[in-house]
Design a protein around this ligand. Sequence first.
Ligand SMILES: C[S@@+](CC[C@H](N)C(=O)[O-])C[C@H]1O[C@@H](n2cnc3c(N)ncnc32)[C@H](O)[C@@H]1O
Length: 251
Amino acid sequence: MTDKSDLPPSDNDQAAADPGRPEWAQAHGPLRSFGRIKSRPIKAKQAALFDTLMPQIAVPDPAKGPIDPQALMPGAKEVWLEIGFGGGEHLAEQAGRHPDALMIGCEPFLNGVASALRHVEEGGLKNVRLHADDARAVMAALPDASLDRVMILFPDPWHKVRHNKRRLLQDETAVEIARLLKPGGMVRFVTDWLDYAEWALERLARTPGLTRRQAPGADWFTVPADHVVTRYEEKKLGDTAPIFLEFAREA
Ligand SMILES: C[S@@+](CC[C@H](N)C(=O)[O-])C[C@H]1O[C@@H](n2cnc3c(N)ncnc32)[C@H](O)[C@@H]1O
């Protein structure tokens, strides 16, 4: 039986049961790194956006073959990927600040996707593409050296040792990120759980091709100038102030 007290706030028994794992997940074997895919009912106006806006901005099904980011937004000057965008506040804010950059956001939590759709509509954002499921399928379908930035902000902590294997950031995720980043491209990982920060630092640091951008010994609490406070961050559920890790892809 699942010990609910051990699960992060967005988790439930579904997470432990891994129901309906898609074919790609069975082939690659990753465990679910996320919890609930739906909580409260989605408001009618937001639900309608799944029928109207989502078909226009959905990332093509990664199970159907490789995804060319330039085909998603011809002429995009940069391509960013946000994994687990929650309610999409950060994604939408960054999209507004960088209209020439294609922002690919992945999030299986449908209430979050609904919220992001609302932000995209209200902001009139033309540079956002969404995948309402596991980011790892999209990553597998993207070509080498195709991303300028990967953002992982406050991922589910899975902080009990027996659940650590569900953490999004595993060695294989870090290797995949290194494959996807363009030379000089950057991954930002932020958490407010100290043990996850240490876990992520260890894995990112041992990934070939990635180099820490912050100088050794630099204060990992220093907030990057372009950081946008997220909804999850505001809840302050972790055991530390937010810790920021940034690694760049070597040339
Ligand atoms: C703790 S929430 C943080 C959300 C948001 N980044 C914020 O800071 O408000 C982590 C989110 O990551 C999502 N997530 C977990 N694993 C994921 C995966 N493999 N692909 C995409 N999203 C994932 C979860 O559904 C959840 O919404």
